[in-house]
Write a protein that binds this ligand. Structure first.
Ligand code: PMP
Length: 395
């Protein structure tokens, strides 16, 4: 019997020549423990997923309870399943009244795919507007609106009618017109390097969509569920989208995504033809049970305060030579370093010291910091201290 390491390298399809290759024993709270007896602080939360830490007891309890009742029973939208209905209710209770319908999917990119289709079908238009430097996922529709040529070029042709504008540039919004089905944006660009939208720009974007009838889609897949301090980032801006896309932290560690819109708009999925957007596993009962417990726990936990405190400590402790900027909001932070070489060395240094960090997909000179929101301040300070040491040693 080959060992697990060789099976991983021989049979798991790889997406880089240098996978991190940690062999996982278990994960609990802020820590990931490996089979060789090491423990790592997960300072990126499995990339903005484990906001309550790994294996939060409330989430585990809900999963176990659902396991004893039923697993998959029928494709999305046919049977009444308690975990789905209860979670949709709790989610919609937190949202503005026009966001009253949830379509559950299994991942972020699927949420965006659904949102793009819903915008097309509900407007009868086909043009999309997206932003340079954005990231919306790796399936064909989401990739079509992702603003980095290096990821798009190998897969051309993609969707034909996509216009890319510069993020945060109000004078370009006139390119949104009455042929535009939808405009898609992240309120804070994540993989593009943790770049927040300007309030005035986002308000102008909302206004232009209202003038032209274009659907405004917010991809809150990374920013959602208190990552940036409020439940959703759009609440900081006081700008409400027509479709809200969610995933990542939504399932408390289970695969889960959704796009949320109005009952009126979702009428478009019922007719011409009926069942024109279906999924087998979307809204899986175990994922919904986990998501419900996750959201309930988040709502009860003062996480707004905790996310802001994480930002405060980061800005206070991470400064000095080699650091150009600490940016982002709440617990979605980017530490901009002098260059890619220093960033690689600092990430490697922290890894050796037992801290998992990373960079973002589009920016190799930025250290991503997205700790579980439950992290104790003392542990966070120790981690930042280690990052500082790494910078001082290699700058
Ligand atoms: N949108 C954003 C903003 C993301 O950060 C991601 C994942 N990094 C996605 C979409 C895609 O999500 P998934 O990997 O679940 O398909």
């Amino acid at each position: 019997m080959p060992d697990i390491r060789s099976s991983f390298y021989d049979h798991i399809a790889q997406t880089s020549d240098a996978p991190m290759g940690l062999e996982i024993e278990r994960a609990e709270g802020c820590y990931i423990h490996t089979t060789d007896g090491r423990s790592f602080v997960d300072l990126i939360s499995g990339i903005a997923v484990s906001s309550l830490g790994h294996r939060h007891p409330n989430v585990i309890r809900a999963i176990k309870k659902q396991l004893d009742s039923h697993l998959h029973v029928m494709v999305y939208g046919e049977f009444i399943q308690k975990p789905q209905s209860e979670f949709a209710q709790l989610l919609c209770d937190q949202l503005p009244s026009q966001l009253d319908r949830v379509y559950f999917v299994n991942s972020g990119t699927e949420a965006n795919e659904g949102a793009l289709k819903l915008a097309k079908k509900s407007t009868g238009r086909s043009k999309f507007v997206a932003f340079r430097n954005s990231y919306h996922g790796d399936t064909h529709g989401s990739l079509s609106v992702t603003g980095r040529d290096v990821y798009r070029d190998p897969y051309l042709p993609l969707l034909p009618d996509v216009t890319f504008l510069d993020f945060n540039k109000p004078d370009q919004l006139s390119q949104i017109d009455d042929k535009t089905a939808a405009v898609i944006t992240e309120p804070i660009q994540g993989e593009g390097g943790i770049i927040p939208a300007n309030v005035d720009w986002l308000k102008a974007l909302r206004k232009r969509c209202d003038e032209t009838g274009a659907v405004l889609i917010f991809d809150e897949i990374q920013t959602g569920f208190f990552r940036t301090g409020s439940l959703f980032a759009f609440q900081h801006y006081n700008v409400v989208p027509d479709i809200l896309c969610l995933a990542k932290a939504m399932g408390g560690g289970m695969p889960m995504g959704a796009f949320v819109s109005s009952s009126n708009r979702f009428e478009a999925f019922k007719h011409d033809p009926p069942l024109n957007h279906v999924t087998t596993f979307g809204g899986h009962p175990v994922s919904c049970a986990a998501a419900h417990a996750n959201l309930q726990t988040l709502l009860e936990g003062n996480f707004e305060q905790k996310a802001f405190r994480i930002a405060e400590i980061a800005c206070h402790m991470l400064r000095g030579e080699g650091i150009t900027e600490v940016r982002g909001r709440g617990a979605m932070l980017g530490l901009q370093l002098r260059d890619a070489d220093l960033t690689r060395k600092v990430v490697a240094y922290c890894f050796e010291k037992g801290i998992i960090l990373g960079w973002t997909l589009h920016s190799n000179s930025l250290v991503r910091i997205a700790p579980p929101l439950i992290i104790e301040e003392e542990l966070l300070e120790q981690c930042f201290q280690t990052i500082q040491e790494g910078i001082e040693e290699h700058r």
